[in-house]
Structure formats: structure tokens, C-alpha cells
Design a binder for this molecule. Structure first.
Ligand code: KG4
Ligand code: ZN
Length: 374
């Protein structure tokens, strides 16, 4: 996703940007200020989760998500602006997730942003949600380019080389389900509640990670791709064959979590070799982002992989790991500072690869059960 040519020279100005996020099941708005030297001040970050709405269904229901975003957006945006202490007239640009994501929700957020941008007479920045995640470490600490990014959320699992704003190369990605999806679906099979990831982690604490033999898909392959669909199916089979007791659930959760850590650790190790070939030897940075990065066992594994390979682990605080609008405001501010904004007819895009190569190879590229994802 290369930066278009400069359209509006806002370099050199302090920028106050309103960000809006609505691509999945969090309705979020944030106000962020960026100084000309790149210093960031987060003035507000409001996130309204839709967990309650989706819980009865054991997963995110796109139509319910879109409706909930429509109902919540106005008040969440108003709250973000109020908490920030800025006046609407002080906002220099309105950034919103324009994809990839559940299209109804993306449209709701993007339309709100367009309406605001138009009424304020300020530029719109149509942000790629993945770019928000890719830049999210900057919200908590200085993180100069280049770095290797592992993005693991409910919708995405990929390893990206991040060498600059708009400069991303995908080194590996899931060929089927996302890591979070595997956690959520495994939890659903065992009736553990929604969202599944945190539940699996809680249950895993009481189980034996070596008790149930589960596959490690694609491990040791000479690339950095992942696969989680087979693992998810193996969990369903193991549960079906078990006595469905609490101990069985705990053992399956612990074994599943260990398998995910093994796979992600191995794939990350491979990606580190690929990354070094591109950026050179010496110490490097490794960023882990996305909701699954909250998992303690996984973090411990990634910490060990980083130590072995001379990478510094940067794990943004949990509030910036999951979906939030601060990262969207940040991506918007960085783009605006680079002189880029988007027309009011910018489309909402259910699929939108971040890296140029897969975007060129297949404009709807990436992978997923229903076809390419991101
Ligand atoms: O990034 P995120 O908030 O939203 C998107 O999917 O974009 O990630 C949510 C995902 C869910 O699949 C959730 O189950 C998973 O992150 N998750 C976890 C944990 N906390 C959240 N997975 C494993 N362990 C956790 N502690
Ligand atoms: Zn996300």
C-alpha cells in the first residue's frame, strides 16, 4: 500500500486528528495530536465493545455489528471529542477505518467520518485497519522503522516487514483461519463463552499442555505461513471423543494453546530469518499486535524467540493491541503529515491487503475461508 503523491502539504504543522474504528465488534473513536517532530499525544480513546450483543450467538454476527455501530457511533465520537478537550473546529482531519473488515460496520464508521469531514471542511483519511495495527506500537513508545510485525487478531494472522509508512511486505500469513478465530471457534465447540480467547487461556491454566496430541500445522515449512483450520478441527474431534468433563476441557485448552504457541513461535523464527535478509544483521525490533497478543503463554514464547534471535520484543499495552481508534487516528495523522488525504468518495473495502505485492497480484488477495481476507 504505497503512499500516493502529496496532495496537501500539511507537513510542518501540528495536527489534531479524530479517528473512528468500526470494522469488527468494537465501536471506537479517538482524538490524537501529532507535533511536527512526530511526537504524539493521545487526547482520548473511547472503545465500546459489542460483546454483550454477540455473546448469545458465540461469535460476531455481521448484521448485529453493523446495527450496533450505527446506534453507538454518534455518542462514542461525541464522547471522544469531549474527553479530548478539543473543539470540533480544532480538528485538522477525520480518519476512519475504510477496510478490511465487516462491510456493514466499515460503511457505518466511514460514512460518519465523511459526514464530519464534510461539515467541518476538513480532509478525510481512509485508513487501512491493518496499517493502524502496524503502527500501533508508536502509541506507547518510540519504535523506529524497520521492524517485524506479528499481527494476530480475530480476523488476521500475518507477519509483516514494516520499513516505513506505507511500506509493508507480507512475509507470511494464514492460509485459512486467523489465530483468534481458532481460539474463538475452539471455545465455542466446548461451550466456554465468547470471546473465546480469554476463556481458553483461563481454562488452560488448569490443564496439562501435553495431555492431548494436536497437530502443529505447517511447522518446519520453509516459509512463514500459518494454518489453524486443521488445529481447530482436531480440537472439535478431541472434545467429541472426551468425557466432556471440566478436566477434559482444561486439558484440551492447554494442549491447544501450546500448539498455537509452537506454531506461532516457529513461524516467527522463520520470518526473523527472512526479515534479516531484507534489513541486515544486528539487533532488530519485533512487534506483536492484535487481540491474541494478550495471551500470556504466547507472549512468553515470543519473548524466548526474540531472545534467541537478538530481537527486542515490543508488545503494545493491551488497550492498543485489540481494536481501537487511537491507532486509526495515528495512521490518519501520519498520512496527513505526509500530505495525503482521500476523496469523499473513498470506498469501504471488505478486503484490502496492506502489502503492495499481494495487492498487485490479486486486488482482493490474502486468504480466508470465504476466499482472500486481507
Ligand atoms: O484485535 P482484536 O481485538 O479484534 C480483531 O479481531 O480485529 O482481537 C480479538 C481476538 C479474538 O479472537 C479474541 O478471542 C482474541 O483476540 N483474544 C485472545 C485473548 N484475548 C483476546 N486470544 C487468546 N488469548 C487471549 N488472552
Ligand atoms: Zn484489528
Amino acid at each position: 500500500m504505497a503512499l500516493p503523491v502529496n496532495t496537501d502539504p500539511m507537513q510542518g504543522a501540528t495536527l489534531t486528528v479524530l479517528g473512528i474504528e468500526s470494522s469488527c465488534d468494537e465501536t471506537a473513536a479517538s482524538v490524537l495530536r501529532r507535533a511536527p517532530d512526530g511526537m504524539l499525544t493521545l487526547l482520548s480513546s473511547i472503545v465500546a465493545s459489542q460483546d454483550e450483543e454477540h455473546r448469545p450467538f458465540g461469535g460476531v454476527v455481521p448484521e448485529i455489528a453493523a446495527r450496533a455501530h450505527m446506534l453507538k457511533l454518534e455518542s462514542i465520537i461525541a464522547k471522544a471529542v469531549k474527553v479530548s478537550g478539543v473543539q470540533y473546529s480544532e480538528i485538522d482531519g477525520v480518519a476512519a477505518t475504510a477496510g478490511p473488515g465487516l462491510i456493514g460496520g466499515v460503511i457505518a464508521g466511514l460514512m460518519s467520518a465523511k459526514g464530519l469531514a464534510m461539515s467541518l471542511g476538513k480532509p478525510l483519511i481512509a485508513v487501512n485497519h491493518l496499517e493502524g495495527h502496524a503502527l500501533s506500537p508508536l502509541l506507547s513508545e518510540p519504535c523506529p522503522f524497520p521492524y517485524l510485525l506479528l499481527l494476530i487478531s480475530g480476523g488476521h494472522s500475518q507477519l509483516l516487514s514494516v520499513t516505513g509508512l506505507g511500506e509493508y511486505e507480507r512475509l507470511g500469513s494464514t492460509i485459512d483461519d486467523a489465530a483468534g478465530e481458532a481460539f474463538d471457534k475452539s471455545a465455542k465447540v466446548m461451550g466456554l463463552g465468547f470471546p473465546g480467547g480469554p476463556q481458553v487461556e483461563i481454562w488452560a491454566k488448569r490443564g496439562d499442555p501435553d495431555s492431548i496430541p494436536l497437530p502443529r500445522p505447517l511447522i518446519d515449512r520453509d516459509n512463514a505461513d500459518f494454518s489453524f483450520a486443521g488445529l481447530k478441527t482436531a480440537v472439535a474431534r478431541a472434545y467429541e471423543a472426551s468425557d466432556k468433563s471440566d478436566l477434559a476441557k482444561a486439558n484440551i485448552c492447554a494442549s491447544f494453546q501450546r500448539a498455537v504457541a509452537d506454531v506461532l513461535g516457529d513461524r516467527t523464527r522463520r520470518a526473523m530469518v527472512m526479515f534479516r535478509k531484507r534489513v541486515g544483521d544486528g539487533p532488530q525490533r519485533f512487534v506483536v499486535a492484535g487481540g491474541v497478543a494478550a495471551n500470556t503463554e504466547l507472549r512468553a514464547r515470543l519473548t524466548a524467540v526474540c531472545e534467541d534471535n537478538d530481537f527486542k520484543l515490543i508488545a503494545p499495552p493491551l488497550k492498543f493491541c485489540g481494536d481501537n481508534a487511537a491507532m486509526i487516528a495515528l495512521a490518519g495523522a501520519e498520512r496527513l503529515a505526509a500530505g495525503h488525504s482521500d476523496p469523499l468518495y473513498a470506498p469501504a473495502r471488505p478486503r484490502w491487503p496492506l502489502d503492495k505485492e499481494s495487492a498487485q497480484a490479486n486486488p482482493a488477495s490474502g486468504h480466508g475461508k470465504k476466499g482472500p481476507k486481507s
